[in-house]
Design a protein around this ligand. Structure first.
Ligand code: FAD
Ligand code: SIN
Length: 519
């Protein structure tokens, strides 16, 4: 068993930012970060476009960023949260700089500001087209210098410890005491007992086979919190990114940043029509929900497999400087962006909903906090404005830090039972796990995609029940492994997305159901 003051689950921007702040402020307290996979593997690492922050006060203003966020969120944002996050932006961004993260500057020595869909001004700070990689690098470097922080890669959090396991105390309210953790290398399961637990476990992209997300994005934190009876909301608002490099096999796919459209690229159908002009006055720079739904319509109408991003009219020297990774990736596939159009399709990218938190990142479970993509703060409403996610993670990591700095909590010395794996057989069912995952991803693609219907959602629910029963049986009789737990968690996430979709009776932002009234 490990005992720690703060248990942080996840090593993306949210978890690392909280850790740097709390560990540097309280050198007498211990922080334990557990993260499955390599220490830097996260959605954060792949963020391209950048961080939306108001720096150029001559043309931009907090009011404009607030308005753009509210418009993108289609009436469902929490306005107080939007104001708070936008206003905090510059302070949190400056902290990143002091921690050693580098962002591109222009010839005048000012930060080079990019533009993305839904933004009325240039306000996206970036490090070429690998902004997330740079942020992750700087934060990890800082973490490695901290003496009171232990970072455990290849450790998987299976479940949160709450009153449900701790039988010795009265069940007045649910409290979190830490988590059960699997050491992925040895297969042993141990207890991490913590005064406060911070879930920073990221998104759910992998529930859909075709996604911009890396393999870690399996919604574990949300599923764990749901099992612990935390409030989960807005799961129907899965954001599909419009321009993901077309790949016949599906699977994890390379993103072509929205900043490329901000730089002037056009979307065309195979005949060359700039179809976005017919859908929105902002054309290619309409918000993501609108562009993805328009591409989906175009593809259904034409029967084509993809649309195209045309960069051939752009200043190629500047393009290469701003987007070296995208340029090289295309080149490696034989796509010369100076002459060829880039084939693109929408793919699952981001979850706007998640674990409900208040402005201090507190969940509905005592001593359990959440920040980053796993959380539902009210910032995004029905659709996230581009590059507001890294910003949200920075702001909420800070808010949790602030709250915990001012409110100390120590648990009573209670007995926490060890993980019980009595009667568990050896796991020889890897093919069942792989097949069930494929079934789940096909189900989500075919029945719970960009455009939904009540009939398809109800079919999805029935089909999911079958997968659920199979996976639960496996879980109860098999040795615990990461892939099995991830599958179980993804089934939970699918269940939440389907059920919350069926509950939504009005189309908003990224949610579109043909049986609901038009937007
Ligand atoms: P993550 O960075 O995903 O980190 C989650 C961590 O939790 C990982 O370390 C993971 O291993 C760990 N974890 C998960 N489950 C467990 C478990 N059971 N046990 C232990 N550890 C666990 N947003 C922007 O604002 N701007 C952008 O330009 C941008 N571009 C993007 C491009 C791509 C390709 C993608 C995929 C996303 C992009 N986003 C962007 C979204 C943004 O990157 C993410 O929303 C954000 O980085 C999430 O940070 P996070 O810390 O919450 O989660
Ligand atoms: C992108 O670069 O297009 C992704 C930006 C985001 O998800 O906010």
């Amino acid at each position: 068993m490990i005992t720690t003051d703060y248990l942080v689950i996840g090593s993306g921007v949210a978890g690392l930012t909280f850790t740097v702040k709390i560990a540097e402020r309280f050198s007498n307290k211990t922080v334990t970060i557990i993260t499955k996979g390599d220490e830097d593997e996260s959605n954060t690492k792949y963020a391209q476009g950048g961080v939306a922050v108001v720096l150029n006060k001559e043309e931009d203003s907090f009011q404009k960023h607030i308005r753009d966020t509210l418009i993108a969120g289609d009436g469902l944002c929490d306005e107080a949260v939007v104001e708070m996050v936008v206003n905090e932006g510059p302070k949190r961004f400056n902290e990143l700089i002091t921690w050693g993260a580098n962002f591109d500057t222009n010839t005048a020595g000012k930060f080079d500001l990019g533009k993305e869909g839904g933004h009325s001004e240039y306000r996206v700070v970036h490090h070429k087209d690998i902004t997330g990689y740079e942020i992750e690098r700087a934060l990890l470097q800082r973490i490695h210098q901290l003496k009171n922080t232990k970072l455990l890669p290849h450790h998987f959090s299976i479940d949160l410890i709450t009153e449900h396991q701790v039988t010795s105390i009265e069940k007045k309210e649910t409290r979190c005491y830490g988590a059960y953790v699997l050491d992925e290398k040895t297969g042993t399961i141990f207890t991490v007992r913590a005064n406060n637990t911070i879930l920073a476990s990221g998104g759910i992209g992998k529930v859909y086979g075709h996604t911009t997300n890396p393999i870690i994005a399996t919604g574990d934190g949300i599923a764990m919190a749901y099992r612990a009876k935390a409030l989960i909301k807005d799961m129907e608002f899965v954001q599909f990114h419009p321009t993901v490099l077309y790949n016949k096999e599906g699977g994890s796919s390379f993103l072509i940043s929205e900043a490329v459209r901000g730089f002037g690229a056009y979307l065309r159908d195979k005949k060359g029509h700039r179809f976005m002009l017919y859908y929105d006055t902002r054309a290619e720079l309409a918000s993501r929900d609108i562009v993805s739904q328009s591409i989906d319509k175009e593809l259904k109408k034409s029967g084509d497999s993809c649309v195209f991003l045309d960069c051939t009219h752009l200043d190629i020297v500047a393009f290469q400087k701003h987007f070296p990774t995208i340029y090289q990736k295309c080149k490696s596939l034989g796509i010369d962006v100076t002459k060829d159009w880039i084939p693109v399709v929408p793919a699952s990218h981001y979850l706007c909903g998640g674990i409900v938190v208040n402005k201090y990142g507190k969940t509905t479970i005592q001593n359990l906090f959440c920040c980053g993509e796993a959380s539902r703060t009210g910032l995004h409403g029905a659709n996230r404005l581009a590059s507001n996610s890294l910003l949200e993670a920075l702001v909420y990591a800070h808010n949790i830090f602030k709250f915990l700095s001012e409110n100390n909590s120590i648990h009573l010395p209670i007995e926490i039972p060890k993980w019980n794996d009595e009667g568990i057989l050896l796991n020889e069912e890897i093919t069942v796990i792989e097949n069930s995952l494929k079934e789940l991803q096909i189900l989500m693609r075919d029945y719970v995609g960009i455009v939904r219907s009540n009939t398809r959602l109800k079919i999805a629910k029935k089909k999911l029940d079958i997968i659920y029963n199979k996976v639960e049986k496996l879980y109860k009789t098999s040795k615990i492994t990461t892939v099995l737990c991830e599958l179980r968690n993804m089934v939970t996430i699918a269940y939440l997305i389907i059920n919350q979709s069926l509950e939504r009776k009005e189309n908003k932002g990224g949610y579109f159901n043909i049986d609901n009234s038009a937007k």
